[in-house]
Write a protein that binds this ligand. Structure first.
Ligand SMILES: NC(=O)c1ccc[n+]([C@@H]2O[C@H](COP(=O)([O-])OP(=O)(O)OC[C@H]3O[C@@H](n4cnc5c(N)ncnc54)[C@H](OP(=O)(O)O)[C@@H]3O)[C@@H](O)[C@H]2O)c1
Length: 214
């Protein structure tokens, strides 16, 4: 698969580092030198946001959540995402109140899907910290890390496969109407992380074998 990532920070590098053995990955950013350095670290290639969106069959939005829509504009705007699988990994969470910033009850994922009508959008990878995604093993207390995701359409099988490819077990929570719950749950995780809990101990309590609610 060809994966373009808008962003080349912690999450972009952690995911690219895992996907590189199976997929072609392009990282991007506003600063070409930083993007190149991140690409060299992970074995991916670097490009502009526009190049990354054009490159990927899958495009991962991995800027800070405040920059998601400017990142989409940097990539060429909604037309650049037509027909692509788009993975939203972002947590719109205040690190002061530890509440989601989405006060209207609609998730950032749904706002992205509304903004990109030609794309197949889903949410994944938001519930654990960079250190967890970098972990080669992804088993904690003898259990494989479970990764909840949401998707409405053909994004479903692709996102599930890409979760497996980082070493975690995919578990679909439901369609993107459920993404708000993932964002709110991440607010809980982030609150405990900021309080000093070990990132590898948080939120791995669901067995993937239990049938997901569809
Ligand atoms: N950190 C975590 O543990 C974690 C875990 C789960 C989910 N998340 C979510 O993942 C997202 C990314 O987090 P992160 O920790 O990886 O952030 P980060 O390290 O700050 O990286 C953000 C990246 O976005 C790039 N960027 C910003 N605006 C851009 C634009 N307009 N066009 C292209 N690239 C742009 C930045 O590069 P330039 O400055 O060079 O442009 C940088 O490489 C956040 O929304 C966060 O909520 C984070």
């Amino acid at each position: 698969m060809k994966i373009g990532i808008i962003g080349s920070g912690g999450m972009a590098k952690a995911l690219a580092g895992k996907w590189r053995s199976k997929h072609d990955v392009m990282l991007s950013g506003r600063n070409a030198e930083r993007a190149q350095a991140a690409a060299s670290e992970t074995g991916a290639v670097a490009g502009t946001a526009t190049e990354a969106a054009a490159f990927g069959d899958v495009v991962v939005l991995a800027t800070r959540w405040e920059d998601v829509f400017s990142g989409i504009e940097s990539a060429g705007g909604p037309d650049a995402f037509k027909g692509k699988i788009v993975i939203d990994i972002n947590n719109p969470v205040s690190t002061e109140s530890f509440l989601t910033t989405r006060e209207d009850g609609r998730s950032l994922t749904q706002a992205i899907a509304d903004h990109l009508p030609g794309a197949h959008v889903g949410k994944a990878f938001n519930m654990a910290q960079v250190a967890v995604w970098e972990d080669e093993d992804m088993h904690y207390d003898g259990r494989q890390m479970v990764t909840l995701y949401t998707a409405d359409d053909e994004a479903d099988t692709t996102i599930a496969a890409l979760i497996s490819d980082v070493g975690a077990a995919p578990l679909r929570l439901g369609g993107n109407a459920h993404a708000y719950q993932l964002e709110a749950a991440a607010a809980i995780v982030i609150q405990f992380l900021f309080a000093g809990r070990d990132p590898q101990t948080i939120f791995n309590f669901i067995q993937p074998e239990i049938k997901a609610v569809r």
